[in-house]
Ligand binder design. Sequence first.
Ligand SMILES: Cc1cc2nc3c(=O)[nH]c(=O)nc-3n(C[C@H](O)[C@H](O)[C@H](O)COP(=O)(O)OP(=O)(O)OC[C@H]3O[C@@H](n4cnc5c(N)ncnc54)[C@H](O)[C@@H]3O)c2cc1C
Length: 438
Amino acid sequence: MKSAILPQFDRNNGWLEILPPLAPANVARGNLKTDVVIIGAGFTGLAAARRLADLWPDKSILLLEADRVGNTSAGRSSGFAIDQAHNIRAKNFADGLKAEQNQINLNRAGQTYLREIVQENGIDCDWDESGKVHAAATEMGEQKLHTYAKHMDLLKLPYSWNNSGAMKTLTGSNFYQLGLHTPGTIVMQPAKLVLGLAKSLPENVTLYEQSAVQSINFASTHELELTEAHITTENIVLANNGFAGQFGFYQKNLIPLVTWGSLTRPLNQEEQEMLGGMVTWNIIPADPFGTSTRRISGNRILIRNIYSYSSNLNAKESDRLWAKARHEKSLRNRFPMLNDLTFDYTWGGPLSLSRNGEPVFGDLAPNVYGAFCLNGVGIARGTILGKLLAEHLAGKPSPLLDIINEAGRPNKLPPRPFLDWGVKLNFANRRRVAGLEL
Ligand SMILES: Cc1cc2nc3c(=O)[nH]c(=O)nc-3n(C[C@H](O)[C@H](O)[C@H](O)COP(=O)(O)OP(=O)(O)OC[C@H]3O[C@@H](n4cnc5c(N)ncnc54)[C@H](O)[C@@H]3O)c2cc1C
């Protein structure tokens, strides 16, 4: 089966571009034979490779990445490893308590696994366990926070309130009227994290970058074609998110989206004094269609908003320019005192969403396995699903594996072009409703 669409990434990802340049890629070349091929080195693929290597120390594992680790969605994310997610499909933050508790347990296990790896390998990625603040700028946003708080009460999760004064002390901005702090989220510099994860992979994993899988012949021994390599393997793990549809799995069940981030230049001394507030903070919008904002070390401000529908899976330049204009507006609304502050970088990254919020996990065909469609919260979720998929392959049962095996799978979507129209209309409407929260 040939992949009609391959991932394409520009070099606008601020998280990666502010780091020292990458060493040349190790590209897959020639005829290769291996026990397991994992396709995709995002959070899911990196976790699956690490765990499988632990469980199968005598087997060889190839991790194939189409682009560079750090330059794809994992390294383009906003760096919130979330325990309890605000759900962009639900009107309020979550559906059903038991399902939500299961999600939290999975996400926490993903956080725990990441923490262990970061600590054991001394990965420098600005790891910060101070939590996230959901912030509201409007009455509607405040309402949403109160609804969210009720939900947290039901789940017996801790939270605390920040009034507008406390929000100003935190961010330096008068924009936010109310904040709800939840301690369970971890934030980090996402490109640094994935680069550290890749660098510390066990010895029986070989990572090849700039090595897109172009086609697969699924058989008792699978054959994979790459531009410069031919690979044979007994087992394939698909950890390539929405691109898994290109190999024939769940293509009609995944909604392809792109979301966008921008990073400002560093604030100069005068701007830092004008702004005030703390030197780092991490804000998630009250309205799921609002704006995530962070002040990160190095005195830059991150803005993330806008979901654009992308039927060809990749980010489009015209959408990038639109998102950048939108980000400028969001920046000015929040920080009118920083009139001259400009963005150094604006980037997009593909995600996939399912209509019912469920991921793909487990057996897809004989000796073909997959974990993908993480509904926009892949840092914690991708990590745990990658880990659990490795345990599934190695026959290692656990209560968490039961949870994910018993969970639903993405349901069917309306056919195109109705899907395209429906998603675009829904998103335009939700942006309109988000109003100033955007
Ligand atoms: C701007 C932005 C902000 C975000 N913020 C957050 C956040 O704060 N918190 C959070 O949890 N999530 C966030 N996300 C979502 C998060 O990035 C994804 O959920 C996560 O990256 C999914 O992990 P994954 O490993 O499953 O897939 P991906 O990270 O998408 O990795 C899949 C990999 O497969 C590779 N691939 C695809 N096809 C092939 C092929 N044929 N051959 C070889 N390789 C292939 C791709 O290049 C890619 O590297 C954000 C995303 C974006 C774009």
